[in-house]
Design a binder for this molecule. Structure first.
Ligand code: MUC
Ligand code: MG
Length: 391
């Protein structure tokens, strides 16, 4: 039986400025859920998002408020006897709130795995890989700094796939930036993430230049509200077009997969609404012949470990992952860090998430930081509603 559910906001500075089309980050606010049971088990989950409300519809503050006000009383009143029943209860009584649901499900699966003595990957159907390749995102905002950073990562055998965040500058400047980096790293896979910043017409121009320059993958170039535009781009270009923000819960992913709106799906556990939902999306995409990529909301080690368990079960993961979130942070919250080596991450093998959270440190950070005012300032230069379209 669940005894307590605590939701903690833990702000951690990033190792450098991280610039996306929708926000500029100098810290990441981890949203952590800590569940304890009457019989002495405890589990952890994470619902971290990017840039307050600039990326998704749930913010760190709304996630905490909604868990404390709605999720916790419901779970403590009904006492569901398993993770599956708990999620069914939450889905029946609570609309949306996929990030919050993901954190609760992760913590409950962590407990279930510990109780049974098996890793979460095995509760999700079983892993088919123990090591997953991890891309690094170059987003310092400066081309030379990005090239130096990439070369250092290659030398350290940390990463050999690089994703560039573009979309906040004029298209030609972005293209020059990307192609300069591609020329400096000719033998390495270079991808770009536009985070919805282009119109379809801008995307036609931008992608043709990126394709000609040898870029390997284009992520979410246009609004998430324009699925048929994404399909048109996918059909027009040979370079792989990846859907990210547009891939949300399994039902919406089903429609996207059935309509073949993209070559690749980036799956994120929070965006999907949980670990089982993320597994379902992966299986569905695979059946529809869509390639898979393991995405991140720049979570810390808890969400990253949970994601690794999910991605370890995918029948194929041909575009690898970007589970580098913990490496972007100046502080760790685990007693022993996740094991990054040989250009990737080892999927933890211990019971549950297979990690040990440094509880004292996490509670100390949560209690000693003033988070009364959001720090990120949204800066979208486009209006997603103007391109609205229903699937
Ligand atoms: C996104 O849009 O994919 C992933 C890497 C990164 O730098 O930002 C995230 C979000
Ligand atoms: Mg993306």
């Amino acid at each position: 039986m669940i005894r307590s559910i605590n939701t903690l906001l833990v702000p951690i500075p990033t190792i450098r400025t991280h610039k996306l089309a929708c926000t500029v980050m100098n810290e990441q606010v981890l949203v952590l859920v800590h569940i304890q049971t009457e019989d002495g088990y405890e589990g952890w989950g994470e619902a971290t998002t990017i840039g307050g409300l600039s990326y998704a519809e749930e913010s760190p503050h709304s996630i905490k408020t909604n868990i404390d006000t709605y999720f916790t009383p419901l779970l403590l009143k009904e006492h569901p006897s398993s993770t599956a029943r708990a999620m069914q209860l939450l889905n029946k009584h609570i609309n949306g709130n996929r990030f919050a649901k993901c954190a609760i499900e992760t913590a409950l699966l962590d407990i279930e795995g510990k109780r049974l003595g098996i890793p979460i990957s095995e509760l999700l159907g079983g892993r088919v890989r123990d090591h997953i390749e991890v891309a690094w995102t170059l987003a310092s905002g400066d081309t030379d700094t990005d090239i130096a950073e990439a070369k250092q990562m290659i030398e350290q055998k940390r990463h050999r796939v690089f994703k560039l965040k573009i979309g906040s500058d004029p298209i030609q400047n972005d293209i020059d930036h990307v192609l300069t980096i591609k020329r400096a790293l000719t033998n390495y896979r270079i991808t770009v993430d536009v985070n919805q910043a282009w119109t379809e017409l801008e995307a036609m121009k931008g992608i043709s230049l990126l394709q000609a320059g040898g870029v390997d993958l284009i992520e979410q170039p246009i609004s998430m509200r324009n699925p048929t535009g994404l399909k048109r781009l996918k059909e027009h270009f040979n370079v792989a077009i990846m859907a990210d923000e547009i891939v949300q819960d399994p039902q919406n992913a089903f429609h996207l997969a059935a309509a073949h709106c993209a070559d690749v799906f980036a799956v994120k556990i929070n965006q999907a609404g949980g670990l089982k939902a993320a597994c379902l999306i992966g299986q569905m995409a695979h059946l529809a012949g869509i390639e898979l990529y393991g995405g991140t909301m720049l979570e810390g080690p808890i969400g990253t470990a949970a994601s690794a368990h999910v991605f370890s079960t995918y029948p194929s993961l041909s575009f690898d992952t970007e589970l580098f979130g913990p490496l972007l942070l100046t502080e760790d919250i685990l007693a022993r860090p996740l094991n990054y080596n040989n250009f990737g991450l080892e999927v933890p093998t211990g019971a549950g998430l297979g990690i040990e959270v440094d509880k004292e440190r996490v509670y100390y950070y949560a209690e000693h930081t003033d988070l009364s005012l959001p720090k990120a300032s949204p800066s979208r230069k486009y209006d997603t509603d103007s391109q609205a379209e229903t699937l």
